[in-house]
Write a protein that binds this ligand. Structure first.
Ligand code: MN
Length: 267
């Protein structure tokens, strides 16, 4: 879905709900990040594009095509932050939609794990099958995100690689998980305000690696910031982005679950 300007202007996203808090970032840091940093990029962008060929175009259109320079820098920062704030899990969302969040987290993580480490797929599927037989289909849907084997694969296949890519990103930039033209997952580091859209990729998940994103809470502990923030990703949103890119949407249709009252998530 493209981000269109309203009456010629891009707007500051309103979905940053720091009143409820984010588990990995303080309210103060989120507020500054949203109301100061992002708001400045939005204002700069609106001023820069007024009366130019970029006025009235979508944010994604500008980010894909603008030459290096102030317009790209500000458009990139707006799109990147919109995606970043959009893929963070705040406690409000957690309270409202526990089942769909956890189910989609499991689905998305399984898809990523299978993609990054195909030789483990057989073992993983065997374990899932066993689990389904022992516990039942619906129980599996709720709980399978928690299977020890899956979490172990998750760490050894994806998580460590992703954190390493973030940790080794030099200077200011963004850490991304995207799909390429063949619908394969790729991890990329983008410098400054760049976005994978500029290389023909489909971005799914991003982490802000500019110092302003973590310095207030984590100072120079970049790795700790990465570990913590990856523990509060809204995988439901990542899964939705994934489904938008995939040709076969049937596999991705979001099905809200009817949870039998006898099953408690915290068992
Ligand atoms: Mn930022």
């Amino acid at each position: 879905m493209e981000t269109m300007p309203i009456n010629g202007k891009f707007e500051l996203i309103s979905s940053v709900d720091y009143e409820y808090g984010y588990t990995s970032i303080s309210k103060r840091a989120m507020e500054l990040h949203h109301k100061k940093h992002l708001a400045t990029y939005v204002n700069n962008l609106n001023t820069l594009i007024a009366g130019t060929e970029w006025e009235g175009r979508s944010l994604e259109y500008i980010v894909k095509r603008a030459p290096e320079g102030p317009i790209l820098n500000n458009a990139g920062q707006v799109l990147n932050h919109n995606m970043f704030f959009g893929n963070l899990l705040n406690s409000d969302f957690q309270v409202d939609q526990p089942y769909s969040i956890f189910v989609d987290e499991g689905r998305m993580k399984n898809i990523i794990v299978n993609n990054f480490y195909p030789e483990d797929k057989v073992l993983l599927n065997e374990n899932i099958k066993k689990y389904k037989v022992e516990k039942g289909e619906i129980y599996y849907e709720i709980k399978h995100y928690n299977i020890i084997e899956r979490e172990t694969f998750w760490e050894s296949t994806f998580l460590n690689r992703f954190i390493d890519a973030g940790f080794t990103l030099f200077g200011s930039g963004w850490l991304w998980l995207s799909l390429d033209g063949q619908r394969k997952f790729v991890i990329t580091q983008e410098p400054n305000a760049s976005n994978p859209l500029r290389h023909g990729l489909h971005p799914l998940l991003t982490i802000d690696m500019w110092e302003h994103a973590y310095y207030l809470d984590y100072q120079n502990q970049r790795e700790e910031y990465l570990y913590k923030i990856l523990g509060s990703i809204n995988w439901h949103v990542v899964y939705r982005r994934y489904c938008e890119v995939m040709d076969n949407h049937d596999k991705c249709v979001h099905r809200p679950l009817t949870v039998p009252s006898a099953i408690k998530v915290n068992d």
